[in-house]
Design a protein around this ligand. Structure first.
Ligand code: GDP
Ligand code: MN
Length: 376
Protein backbone atom coordinates (compact mmCIF):
# COMPACT_ATOMS: atom_id res chain seq x y z
CA UNK A 1 0.00 0.00 0.00
CA UNK A 2 1.34 3.40 -1.01
CA UNK A 3 0.87 6.26 1.43
CA UNK A 4 -0.11 9.77 0.49
CA UNK A 5 2.61 12.38 0.77
CA UNK A 6 1.03 13.87 3.89
CA UNK A 7 1.01 10.47 5.59
CA UNK A 8 4.67 9.94 4.70
CA UNK A 9 5.38 13.43 6.02
CA UNK A 10 3.69 12.61 9.33
CA UNK A 11 5.67 9.36 9.66
CA UNK A 12 8.95 11.14 8.95
CA UNK A 13 8.09 13.70 11.60
CA UNK A 14 7.44 10.94 14.15
CA UNK A 15 10.94 9.63 13.50
CA UNK A 16 12.59 13.00 13.98
CA UNK A 17 13.17 13.87 10.33
CA UNK A 18 12.63 17.58 9.65
CA UNK A 19 9.59 18.21 7.42
CA UNK A 20 7.73 21.42 6.50
CA UNK A 21 4.85 22.48 8.72
CA UNK A 22 1.73 21.37 6.86
CA UNK A 23 -1.97 20.55 7.00
CA UNK A 24 -4.38 18.81 4.63
CA UNK A 25 -7.91 19.69 3.57
CA UNK A 26 -10.49 18.89 0.91
CA UNK A 27 -11.97 22.39 1.00
CA UNK A 28 -10.57 25.51 -0.65
CA UNK A 29 -12.24 27.69 1.96
CA UNK A 30 -10.37 25.87 4.70
CA UNK A 31 -7.19 26.13 2.64
CA UNK A 32 -7.36 29.87 3.21
CA UNK A 33 -7.57 29.41 7.01
CA UNK A 34 -4.73 26.92 7.00
CA UNK A 35 -2.56 29.28 4.96
CA UNK A 36 -3.24 32.01 7.49
CA UNK A 37 -2.18 29.69 10.33
CA UNK A 38 0.98 28.70 8.46
CA UNK A 39 2.04 32.31 7.99
CA UNK A 40 0.34 33.33 4.73
CA UNK A 41 2.69 32.07 1.99
CA UNK A 42 2.21 28.35 1.33
CA UNK A 43 2.90 25.62 -1.17
CA UNK A 44 -0.36 23.94 -2.26
CA UNK A 45 0.22 20.28 -3.12
CA UNK A 46 -2.16 17.78 -4.73
CA UNK A 47 -2.41 14.59 -2.67
CA UNK A 48 -2.41 11.80 -5.22
CA UNK A 49 -0.53 8.54 -5.18
CA UNK A 50 1.61 9.27 -8.20
CA UNK A 51 4.82 11.19 -8.82
CA UNK A 52 5.48 14.14 -11.09
CA UNK A 53 2.79 16.28 -9.52
CA UNK A 54 4.93 19.38 -9.91
CA UNK A 55 5.16 18.99 -13.69
CA UNK A 56 1.43 18.28 -13.91
CA UNK A 57 0.58 21.56 -12.17
CA UNK A 58 -0.30 19.89 -8.87
CA UNK A 59 2.32 21.77 -6.78
CA UNK A 60 1.98 25.55 -6.67
CA UNK A 61 3.22 28.40 -4.53
CA UNK A 62 0.58 30.78 -3.18
CA UNK A 63 1.66 34.19 -1.92
CA UNK A 64 -1.11 34.73 0.64
CA UNK A 65 -4.24 33.08 2.09
CA UNK A 66 -6.53 34.40 -0.67
CA UNK A 67 -4.20 33.01 -3.33
CA UNK A 68 -4.03 29.73 -1.39
CA UNK A 69 -7.81 29.43 -1.60
CA UNK A 70 -7.81 30.09 -5.36
CA UNK A 71 -4.94 27.70 -5.96
CA UNK A 72 -6.54 24.98 -3.84
CA UNK A 73 -9.77 25.40 -5.82
CA UNK A 74 -7.75 24.99 -9.03
CA UNK A 75 -5.95 21.87 -7.84
CA UNK A 76 -8.86 20.11 -6.11
CA UNK A 77 -10.66 17.96 -8.67
CA UNK A 78 -7.72 18.10 -11.08
CA UNK A 79 -6.80 14.89 -12.88
CA UNK A 80 -3.17 13.84 -12.52
CA UNK A 81 -2.29 10.71 -14.51
CA UNK A 82 -5.76 9.27 -13.96
CA UNK A 83 -5.89 10.22 -10.27
CA UNK A 84 -8.50 12.76 -9.22
CA UNK A 85 -7.26 15.16 -6.57
CA UNK A 86 -9.52 14.92 -3.51
CA UNK A 87 -7.29 16.63 -0.95
CA UNK A 88 -4.49 19.14 -0.94
CA UNK A 89 -1.67 19.61 1.53
CA UNK A 90 -0.67 23.16 2.38
CA UNK A 91 2.92 23.45 3.47
CA UNK A 92 5.06 26.28 4.77
CA UNK A 93 7.54 27.00 1.95
CA UNK A 94 11.16 26.04 2.40
CA UNK A 95 14.06 27.97 0.84
CA UNK A 96 16.14 25.69 -1.31
CA UNK A 97 19.91 25.77 -1.59
CA UNK A 98 20.27 22.19 -2.87
CA UNK A 99 18.03 19.25 -3.77
CA UNK A 100 19.08 15.64 -3.12
CA UNK A 101 17.54 12.23 -3.64
CA UNK A 102 17.52 9.33 -1.22
CA UNK A 103 15.55 6.10 -1.00
CA UNK A 104 15.62 2.58 0.35
CA UNK A 105 14.07 0.06 -2.01
CA UNK A 106 13.67 -3.68 -1.85
CA UNK A 107 15.91 -5.33 -4.43
CA UNK A 108 13.85 -8.48 -4.88
CA UNK A 109 16.34 -10.15 -7.20
CA UNK A 110 19.17 -9.75 -4.71
CA UNK A 111 16.95 -10.45 -1.69
CA UNK A 112 17.98 -7.32 0.18
CA UNK A 113 17.44 -3.59 0.44
CA UNK A 114 19.32 -1.07 -1.60
CA UNK A 115 20.05 2.55 -0.74
CA UNK A 116 19.80 4.87 -3.73
CA UNK A 117 21.31 8.32 -3.30
CA UNK A 118 22.00 11.21 -5.61
CA UNK A 119 23.03 14.84 -5.45
CA UNK A 120 20.62 15.43 -8.33
CA UNK A 121 17.32 15.47 -6.51
CA UNK A 122 14.12 17.20 -7.49
CA UNK A 123 13.64 15.54 -10.86
CA UNK A 124 12.46 11.97 -11.17
CA UNK A 125 15.30 9.61 -10.37
CA UNK A 126 14.53 7.37 -13.36
CA UNK A 127 15.38 10.33 -15.61
CA UNK A 128 18.66 10.99 -13.84
CA UNK A 129 19.50 7.29 -13.92
CA UNK A 130 18.80 7.17 -17.66
CA UNK A 131 20.80 10.23 -18.64
CA UNK A 132 23.56 10.33 -16.00
CA UNK A 133 23.76 6.89 -14.34
CA UNK A 134 27.07 7.84 -12.67
CA UNK A 135 25.17 10.49 -10.67
CA UNK A 136 23.06 7.82 -8.93
CA UNK A 137 24.72 5.71 -6.23
CA UNK A 138 23.35 2.29 -5.33
CA UNK A 139 24.57 0.85 -2.05
CA UNK A 140 23.44 -2.62 -0.90
CA UNK A 141 22.37 -2.89 2.72
CA UNK A 142 22.94 -5.86 4.98
CA UNK A 143 19.59 -6.02 6.77
CA UNK A 144 21.05 -7.56 9.92
CA UNK A 145 23.37 -4.58 10.24
CA UNK A 146 20.94 -1.99 8.88
CA UNK A 147 21.88 1.64 8.39
CA UNK A 148 24.24 2.61 11.21
CA UNK A 149 26.03 5.96 11.24
CA UNK A 150 28.94 4.30 9.46
CA UNK A 151 26.67 2.88 6.77
CA UNK A 152 24.91 6.23 6.49
CA UNK A 153 28.28 7.92 5.95
CA UNK A 154 29.08 5.40 3.21
CA UNK A 155 25.74 6.08 1.44
CA UNK A 156 26.14 9.86 1.78
CA UNK A 157 29.66 9.76 0.37
CA UNK A 158 28.65 7.51 -2.52
CA UNK A 159 25.72 9.75 -3.50
CA UNK A 160 27.40 13.08 -2.88
CA UNK A 161 25.00 14.02 -0.09
CA UNK A 162 26.05 16.50 2.61
CA UNK A 163 27.61 14.95 5.76
CA UNK A 164 24.57 16.08 7.76
CA UNK A 165 22.38 13.71 5.81
CA UNK A 166 23.76 10.74 7.80
CA UNK A 167 21.27 11.49 10.57
CA UNK A 168 18.39 11.53 8.05
CA UNK A 169 19.62 8.28 6.48
CA UNK A 170 19.67 6.51 9.86
CA UNK A 171 16.20 7.76 10.80
CA UNK A 172 14.79 6.89 7.39
CA UNK A 173 16.01 3.33 7.85
CA UNK A 174 14.20 3.23 11.20
CA UNK A 175 11.01 4.28 9.40
CA UNK A 176 11.48 1.43 6.93
CA UNK A 177 12.16 -1.24 9.57
CA UNK A 178 9.68 -0.24 12.26
CA UNK A 179 6.84 0.55 9.87
CA UNK A 180 7.45 -2.57 7.72
CA UNK A 181 7.90 -0.52 4.57
CA UNK A 182 9.07 -1.87 1.23
CA UNK A 183 10.06 1.57 -0.01
CA UNK A 184 10.85 4.91 1.54
CA UNK A 185 11.84 7.76 -0.72
CA UNK A 186 12.62 11.42 -0.15
CA UNK A 187 12.77 13.54 -3.28
CA UNK A 188 13.81 16.19 -2.84
CA UNK A 189 15.71 16.14 0.41
CA UNK A 190 16.43 19.83 0.56
CA UNK A 191 19.32 21.80 2.03
CA UNK A 192 18.22 25.24 3.19
CA UNK A 193 20.53 28.28 3.01
CA UNK A 194 21.00 27.78 6.78
CA UNK A 195 22.31 24.27 6.13
CA UNK A 196 19.34 22.39 7.55
CA UNK A 197 18.10 19.27 5.75
CA UNK A 198 14.34 19.06 5.17
CA UNK A 199 12.35 16.19 3.62
CA UNK A 200 10.24 18.16 1.16
CA UNK A 201 8.46 15.25 -0.50
CA UNK A 202 8.07 11.67 0.68
CA UNK A 203 6.87 8.39 -0.67
CA UNK A 204 6.34 5.32 1.50
CA UNK A 205 5.09 1.90 0.41
CA UNK A 206 4.04 -0.31 3.30
CA UNK A 207 4.18 -4.09 3.17
CA UNK A 208 0.52 -5.18 3.17
CA UNK A 209 1.54 -8.60 4.48
CA UNK A 210 2.75 -6.95 7.68
CA UNK A 211 -0.41 -4.89 8.18
CA UNK A 212 -1.52 -7.13 11.07
CA UNK A 213 1.45 -5.87 13.06
CA UNK A 214 0.14 -2.32 12.80
CA UNK A 215 -3.50 -2.70 13.77
CA UNK A 216 -3.62 0.89 15.04
CA UNK A 217 -3.22 2.27 11.53
CA UNK A 218 -6.89 2.66 10.61
CA UNK A 219 -8.19 2.08 7.14
CA UNK A 220 -8.48 5.42 5.40
CA UNK A 221 -5.71 4.75 2.93
CA UNK A 222 -5.82 1.00 2.51
CA UNK A 223 -6.54 -0.64 -0.80
CA UNK A 224 -5.18 -0.26 -4.28
CA UNK A 225 -3.69 2.96 -5.57
CA UNK A 226 -4.84 2.74 -9.14
CA UNK A 227 -8.49 3.87 -9.63
CA UNK A 228 -9.23 0.98 -12.00
CA UNK A 229 -7.66 -1.49 -9.58
CA UNK A 230 -9.81 -0.05 -6.82
CA UNK A 231 -12.96 -0.44 -8.96
CA UNK A 232 -11.99 -4.05 -9.74
CA UNK A 233 -11.24 -4.85 -6.09
CA UNK A 234 -14.68 -3.50 -5.15
CA UNK A 235 -16.13 -6.14 -7.51
CA UNK A 236 -13.98 -8.85 -5.97
CA UNK A 237 -11.70 -9.21 -9.00
CA UNK A 238 -7.94 -9.79 -8.93
CA UNK A 239 -6.88 -7.13 -11.39
CA UNK A 240 -3.51 -5.46 -11.79
CA UNK A 241 -3.05 -2.71 -14.36
CA UNK A 242 0.04 -2.96 -16.57
CA UNK A 243 1.06 -0.54 -19.29
CA UNK A 244 0.46 -2.42 -22.53
CA UNK A 245 -2.37 -2.66 -25.04
CA UNK A 246 -3.67 -6.25 -24.90
CA UNK A 247 -6.29 -6.82 -22.19
CA UNK A 248 -5.89 -10.28 -20.68
CA UNK A 249 -8.57 -12.27 -18.86
CA UNK A 250 -8.09 -15.85 -17.72
CA UNK A 251 -9.05 -18.33 -15.07
CA UNK A 252 -6.34 -19.14 -12.54
CA UNK A 253 -3.35 -16.96 -11.68
CA UNK A 254 -0.85 -19.38 -13.23
CA UNK A 255 -2.65 -19.47 -16.57
CA UNK A 256 -3.01 -15.68 -16.62
CA UNK A 257 0.69 -15.21 -15.89
CA UNK A 258 1.70 -17.55 -18.71
CA UNK A 259 -0.75 -15.72 -20.98
CA UNK A 260 1.04 -12.45 -20.19
CA UNK A 261 4.32 -14.09 -21.20
CA UNK A 262 2.90 -15.46 -24.43
CA UNK A 263 1.40 -12.07 -25.36
CA UNK A 264 4.78 -10.46 -24.71
CA UNK A 265 6.40 -13.19 -26.83
CA UNK A 266 4.13 -12.14 -29.71
CA UNK A 267 5.57 -8.63 -29.65
CA UNK A 268 2.67 -6.93 -27.84
CA UNK A 269 2.42 -5.79 -24.24
CA UNK A 270 -0.27 -6.97 -21.83
CA UNK A 271 -2.47 -4.17 -20.48
CA UNK A 272 -3.37 -5.97 -17.28
CA UNK A 273 -3.50 -9.11 -15.21
CA UNK A 274 -7.03 -10.32 -14.49
CA UNK A 275 -7.82 -13.66 -12.91
CA UNK A 276 -11.55 -14.36 -12.88
CA UNK A 277 -10.96 -17.48 -10.83
CA UNK A 278 -12.86 -20.73 -10.98
CA UNK A 279 -16.44 -19.49 -11.27
CA UNK A 280 -16.53 -17.66 -14.58
CA UNK A 281 -20.19 -16.72 -14.37
CA UNK A 282 -21.84 -14.15 -16.62
CA UNK A 283 -21.59 -11.53 -13.88
CA UNK A 284 -17.91 -12.10 -13.24
CA UNK A 285 -17.25 -12.11 -16.99
CA UNK A 286 -19.23 -8.88 -17.43
CA UNK A 287 -17.44 -7.23 -14.51
CA UNK A 288 -14.07 -8.39 -15.82
CA UNK A 289 -14.74 -7.22 -19.36
CA UNK A 290 -16.02 -3.84 -18.25
CA UNK A 291 -12.98 -3.25 -16.04
CA UNK A 292 -10.56 -4.22 -18.81
CA UNK A 293 -12.41 -2.15 -21.44
CA UNK A 294 -12.51 0.93 -19.24
CA UNK A 295 -8.74 1.18 -19.67
CA UNK A 296 -8.43 3.38 -22.80
CA UNK A 297 -4.99 1.88 -23.56
CA UNK A 298 -6.59 -1.51 -24.31
CA UNK A 299 -6.76 -2.19 -28.07
CA UNK A 300 -7.83 -5.84 -27.99
CA UNK A 301 -8.89 -8.33 -25.33
CA UNK A 302 -7.75 -11.91 -24.99
CA UNK A 303 -9.85 -14.34 -22.96
CA UNK A 304 -7.89 -17.48 -22.22
CA UNK A 305 -9.80 -20.15 -20.33
CA UNK A 306 -8.89 -23.69 -19.52
CA UNK A 307 -12.06 -25.45 -18.44
CA UNK A 308 -11.68 -27.62 -15.37
CA UNK A 309 -14.30 -27.66 -12.67
CA UNK A 310 -15.87 -24.74 -14.50
CA UNK A 311 -16.71 -26.14 -17.93
CA UNK A 312 -16.10 -24.14 -21.11
CA UNK A 313 -19.80 -24.06 -22.05
CA UNK A 314 -20.54 -22.28 -18.76
CA UNK A 315 -17.77 -19.79 -19.54
CA UNK A 316 -19.10 -19.30 -23.09
CA UNK A 317 -22.60 -18.67 -21.70
CA UNK A 318 -21.00 -16.18 -19.33
CA UNK A 319 -19.30 -14.37 -22.21
CA UNK A 320 -22.50 -14.28 -24.28
CA UNK A 321 -24.53 -12.89 -21.40
CA UNK A 322 -21.75 -10.43 -20.50
CA UNK A 323 -21.99 -9.10 -24.06
CA UNK A 324 -25.64 -8.20 -23.35
CA UNK A 325 -24.58 -5.81 -20.61
CA UNK A 326 -21.14 -4.64 -21.74
CA UNK A 327 -20.81 -2.82 -25.03
CA UNK A 328 -17.84 -4.39 -26.73
CA UNK A 329 -15.85 -1.60 -28.35
CA UNK A 330 -12.66 -3.49 -29.19
CA UNK A 331 -12.03 -6.97 -30.63
CA UNK A 332 -12.22 -9.95 -28.32
CA UNK A 333 -10.25 -13.11 -28.99
CA UNK A 334 -11.40 -16.16 -27.06
CA UNK A 335 -9.54 -19.40 -26.55
CA UNK A 336 -11.48 -22.13 -24.82
CA UNK A 337 -9.88 -25.46 -24.04
CA UNK A 338 -10.39 -28.30 -21.58
CA UNK A 339 -13.69 -29.47 -20.13
CA UNK A 340 -16.54 -29.11 -22.68
CA UNK A 341 -14.43 -26.94 -25.01
CA UNK A 342 -16.33 -28.04 -28.15
CA UNK A 343 -19.67 -27.08 -26.62
CA UNK A 344 -18.30 -23.74 -25.45
CA UNK A 345 -16.92 -22.93 -28.91
CA UNK A 346 -20.27 -23.84 -30.51
CA UNK A 347 -22.10 -21.43 -28.20
CA UNK A 348 -19.78 -18.55 -29.16
CA UNK A 349 -20.01 -19.45 -32.87
CA UNK A 350 -23.79 -19.42 -32.68
CA UNK A 351 -23.74 -16.00 -31.06
CA UNK A 352 -21.90 -14.50 -34.11
CA UNK A 353 -20.74 -11.27 -32.51
CA UNK A 354 -18.83 -9.26 -35.14
CA UNK A 355 -16.05 -8.33 -32.69
CA UNK A 356 -15.61 -11.79 -31.18
CA UNK A 357 -13.36 -14.40 -32.72
CA UNK A 358 -12.04 -17.70 -31.48
CA UNK A 359 -8.70 -19.43 -31.56
CA UNK A 360 -8.03 -23.03 -30.66
CA UNK A 361 -4.59 -22.62 -29.11
CA UNK A 362 -3.13 -20.24 -26.56
CA UNK A 363 -0.31 -19.25 -28.94
CA UNK A 364 -2.75 -18.68 -31.81
CA UNK A 365 -5.05 -16.61 -29.62
CA UNK A 366 -2.18 -14.48 -28.29
CA UNK A 367 -0.79 -13.93 -31.80
CA UNK A 368 -4.20 -12.82 -33.04
CA UNK A 369 -4.86 -10.51 -30.08
CA UNK A 370 -1.37 -9.03 -30.38
CA UNK A 371 -1.89 -8.46 -34.12
CA UNK A 372 -5.28 -6.79 -33.55
CA UNK A 373 -3.80 -4.55 -30.86
CA UNK A 374 -0.77 -3.45 -32.82
CA UNK A 375 -2.64 -3.05 -36.13
CA UNK A 376 -5.31 -0.89 -34.44
P1 GDP B 1 6.49 15.91 -7.17
O1 GDP B 1 6.57 16.73 -8.43
O2 GDP B 1 5.26 15.07 -7.13
O3 GDP B 1 7.72 15.11 -6.93
O4 GDP B 1 6.32 16.97 -5.98
P2 GDP B 1 7.40 17.65 -5.00
O5 GDP B 1 6.78 17.78 -3.68
O6 GDP B 1 8.69 16.92 -5.05
O7 GDP B 1 7.56 19.09 -5.59
C1 GDP B 1 8.11 19.31 -6.86
C2 GDP B 1 9.10 20.44 -6.83
O8 GDP B 1 8.48 21.63 -6.37
C3 GDP B 1 10.25 20.20 -5.86
O9 GDP B 1 11.29 19.45 -6.42
C4 GDP B 1 10.69 21.62 -5.58
O10 GDP B 1 11.59 22.05 -6.57
C5 GDP B 1 9.40 22.42 -5.68
N1 GDP B 1 8.92 22.71 -4.32
C6 GDP B 1 8.06 21.99 -3.59
N2 GDP B 1 7.92 22.52 -2.34
C7 GDP B 1 8.72 23.62 -2.31
C8 GDP B 1 9.05 24.61 -1.31
O11 GDP B 1 8.58 24.58 -0.18
N3 GDP B 1 9.91 25.58 -1.66
C9 GDP B 1 10.47 25.63 -2.91
N4 GDP B 1 11.34 26.61 -3.16
N5 GDP B 1 10.21 24.74 -3.86
C10 GDP B 1 9.35 23.74 -3.58
MN1 MN C 1 9.05 14.86 -5.47
Amino acid sequence: MDLYEHQARDLFEQYGIVVPAAEVTDSSRRAREIARRLGGRVVVKAQVKTGGRGKAGGVKLAADPAAAELTARQILGMDIKGHTVGTVMLARPVDIDGEFYVSYVLDRAAGRFLAIASAEGGTEIEEVAATRPEAVARVPIDQAEGVTSAKGAEIAAAGGLPPRSVDVLVRLWQVLVREDALLVEVNPLVRTPQGQLVALDGKVTLDDNAAFRHAHRGGDSTGPTDPLEAAAAAKGLHYVRLDGEVGVIGNGAGLVMSTLDVVAGCGARPANFLDIGGGASARIMADGLSVVLSDPAVKSVLVNVFGGITACDTVAEGIVRALDTVRLTRPLVVRLDGNNAARGRAILDAHRHPLVEQATTMDGAARRAAHLATAA
